[in-house]
Design a protein around this ligand. Structure first.
Ligand code: NOJ
Length: 759
């Protein structure tokens, strides 16, 4: 209590002094506090250990408690529960010399106890409000339960589905990813009614943009591998989402594990200081990824832990996650860096209001009322509905009538822990419905939904164990034949087979790179057998990444991509399956025809020998594959609906534009089918002649609109200089005069266009 009073008195004194010095309250507070700190206490602020052995009610005796008392800890992460956090905060505030409160962080990636779809699926809504709402609900729940800092959003653009962490980002496109990343920062940090007053509301939490930079482009799609990119591509393809998050005011940034231009991000001065702070004006704190500081030794760039710490802090790193390497930085010549890092961390704590009230995030009442509420669940369910992508629907097999006799088959059909998806640390899976329960609740008679598991995830138990870590296991000990026979017998009794198959939760996520993206063997074989029954099959494809669905596309009438849609997956899938709402998701990343096409993007550069327009198959001496078509199986931006939409040609308010003017592009979209639905109208632009060479098309804007059955709507896009420009290799944005093609349509491959000339 004594130390709290000292901090409070300090706050009052500083407020009085501020008027005459010109320094802000925040600066004066931190100055004063730092003037009282020893070098060890400063180093302690830079130290971010993982929670260790803390158990509620016994935090006092945990291995970390003594370190906290000695002022050797700046924050902790992944400790769950307001009571446990309050207890640990009390040790910091009342039993350490200066009583400096701790930061409590967590990987709140796509929801807290109410879990939303994985971020890649949220990106498929193309609805930035949905992303903002997900972050807002996450912040309300996490802040009610002791957390003031989340390691999210992950804004790593990824064009390579082999990389398992593609599930945590917003897909292949920098423009869509930038909008989503900024929306999530707003959702976490801004109180609802007064954007701009970030973090003042205790129901907000500090966001952490990660992983800076280019973590999503490892060579070969292999986790933690080197990234090799030109600066031109970094600035145009990978940096925009990071920059958008910085512009949205993100409070912290996490450096990535990978090397870039031969330098690990953890000690990359160009990234952490020149670009992030000096060019982009970031003024928050930078944190290392898990043990990344000490791993500079493993990279072979530092001889020992001390040298690793020196390199990281000099590059602009402020907080050391888990390595405990910064505790070694006692050298005199390090003090300026230590002071700078300590100042940034204390400033973050100040901005979070922790010095006013160290317990403001562990309100033991809010944690009883604000978590997994009916309202939050309803919000998550509606985002989940919007995230599902209908890839194929021959003869309008979907939606099904609620009277249909369904055989629900597959390893994902009745598993509770696999619904929420990877990186759902705070999830409470025992409360979430399985798909089977969701469909049974929605059907007119629950006996209309028959069930058999049919097979394990794969024949290989070791692979299955890797793909079902962290309590997500689902392996059945019956023989493959027994499971298959049971499934075929059940399927024979039904009108329609609904196959819930694909990846388990942990088949994607951190360190889950794959070289083969086909449906896992046992599930593929089961699908082949089920197909022989001659009944219609709906594939509900679970995956945290694009997968290769060639066989499924050729042989099954209907495919609904369900990703991992969070705690409300089961109800949301039932809503779409039975037609209570139309699917409206559009792919934020293309599904390849072959792993060999990866990395791939619709934003490919123009080559000297492009394929003829509209041509997709091999052509000698033109950019093509001898054994595969060029296009993906399902392109970026693609997704079907239960209705159909007609697009009118696009018209421009002028055909020429002066570089500082704007032009309006207008088109009309009509719902020509049988139900109300949402459509995402997309705008792409191509520079016809440019130096340097630019992509064949780039997404520049979109609108998600709702159209009642038979309704038409005029959609307008404003085209300005910013939409036509690009970053040069120095990161300077420029727009060149010349001809531009303006393309609109329902996805990146089905576009109509007109031209504009820019002077
Ligand atoms: C490693 C991951 O790369 C990062 O995203 C995460 O925030 C940290 N671990 C902390 O759990």
């Amino acid at each position: 209590m004594k130390t709290r009073n000292i901090l409070f008195a300090l706050t009052l004194a500083i407020t009085a002094l501020t008027a005459c010095t010109g320094k802000s309250d925040e600066e004066r507070f931190v100055d004063n506090l730092m003037s009282k700190m020893t070098i060890d206490e400063k180093l302690g602020q830079l130290n971010l250990p993982v929670t260790g052995d803390i158990v509620t009610g016994q935090a006092q005796s945990s291995n970390i408690a003594e370190q906290i008392r000695q002022g050797k800890v700046g924050g902790l992460f992944n400790l769950k529960g307001a009571a446990a956090i309050r207890e640990v905060q009390r040790i910091a505030v009342e039993e350490s010399r200066l009583g400096i409160p701790l930061l409590f962080g967590m990987d709140v990636i796509h929801g807290y106890e109410t879990v939303f779809p994985i971020p890649l699926a949220v990106a498929c809504t193309w609805d930035t409000q949905a992303a903002e709402t997900m972050a807002r609900v996450s912040a309300v729940e996490a802040s009610a339960d002791g957390i003031c800092w989340t390691f999210s959003p992950m804004a790593d653009v990824c064009q390579d589905a082999r990389w398992g962490r593609i599930s945590e980002g917003f897909g292949e496109d920098p423009c869509l990813s930038a909008a989503m990343a900024a929306a999530m920062v707003r959702g976490y940090q801004h109180p609802e009614c007064s954007a701009g007053q970030q973090l003042e509301n205790p129901a907000t939490i500090m966001a952490c943009l990660k992983h800076f930079a280019c973590y999503g482009a490892p060579e070969g799609g292999m986790e933690y591998y080197n990234v090799e990119l030109s600066r031109y591509r970094m600035f145009n393809d990978y940096f925009p989402p990071y920059r958008a998050a910085v512009e949205a005011g993100v409070g912290s940034v996490m450096a990535s594990f990978n090397t870039l231009e031969g330098i690990p991000s953890t000690c990359n001065n160009w990234l952490l200081t020149e670009l992030l702070r000096e060019q982009w004006g970031f003024n928050g704190m930078v944190v290392a990824d898990y043990t990344a500081v000490q791993e500079l030794r493993d990279h072979g760039i530092a001889h020992d832990k001390h040298e690793a710490a020196v390199m990281a802090i000099k590059a602009g790193m402020d907080m050391d996650m888990v390595s405990e390497a910064f505790l070694l930085l006692k050298d005199k010549d390090m003090q300026q860096y230590v002071n700078q890092a300590c100042r940034r961390i204390l400033t973050a704590k100040y901005r979070l209001g922790l010095f006013d009230d160290p317990y403001r995030y562990c309100d033991t009442l809010r944690c009883k009322t604000d978590l997994y509420t009916a309202e939050h669940r309803q919000t998550a369910r509606s985002v989940a509905q919007k995230s599902l992508v209908l890839l194929k629907n021959e003869n309008n097999l979907l939606p099904l009538s609620k009277n249909t006799r369904i055989a629900l088959i597959g390893p994902l059909a009745d598993t509770r822990p696999n619904m929420s998806g990877t990186w759902s640390v705070a999830a409470t899976p025992w409360r979430y419905k399985t798909l089977r329960e969701g469909l049974q609740d929605a059907a007119t008679d629950k006996n209309n939904v028959l069930y058999a598991k049919g097979c394990n995830l794969t024949y290989d138990p070791e692979l299955e164990a890797r793909a079902t870590m962290f309590g997500r296991e689902m392996r059945d000990t019956r023989t493959d034949k027994a499971m298959r026979d049971e499934a075929l017998a059940i399927a024979r009794k039904a009108d329609v087979i609904v196959a819930a198959m694909g990846e388990s939760s942990e088949y994607s996520g951190e360190c889950t790179s794959r070289t083969n993206l086909d449906m896992p063997d046992a599930q593929h074989d089961l699908l082949v057998e089920l197909r022989k029954l001659g009944k219609p099959i709906v594939l509900l494809n679970f995956s945290g990444r694009p997968v290769v669905l060639n066989w499924e596309n050729e042989n099954l009438p209907t495919i609904l991509q369900v990703w991992f849609a969070g705690s409300e997956t089961a109800d949301a899938v039932a809503d779409v399956l039975y037609g209570d709402c139309s699917p409206s998701g559009k792919l934020a990343v293309a599904f390849p025809r072959s792993v060999g096409q990866l990395p791939m993007s619709y934003r490919r550069f123009r080559t000297s020998r492009p394929m003829d327009e509209g041509r997709d198959e091999f052509s000698k001496f033109q950019s093509s594959y001898i054994d595969c078509r060029n296009t993906p199986l399902y392109p970026f931006g693609y997704g079907l609906s239960y209705t159909t939409f007609e697009y009118s040609p696009v018209t421009l308010s002028a055909n020429r534009l002066n570089i500082d003017q704007q032009v309006k592009a207008t088109l009309t979209v009509t719902n020509t089918g049988d139900c109300d639905a949402d459509e995402t109208v997309q705008l792409y632009i191509r520079a016809m002649v440019s130096n340097p060479v630019r992509p064949v098309k780039e997404l520049r804007d979109w609108q998600r609109i709702h159209l009642g059955k038979g309704e038409s709507r005029q959609v307008e896009f404003i085209i300005d200089k910013h939409m036509l420009g690009f970053y040069n290799a120095d990161g300077v944005y420029e727009t060149q005069p010349g001809e531009y093609r303006i393309m609109t349509g329902p996805d990146s491959q089905h576009l109509q266009y007109t031209s504009i000339s820019v002077e």
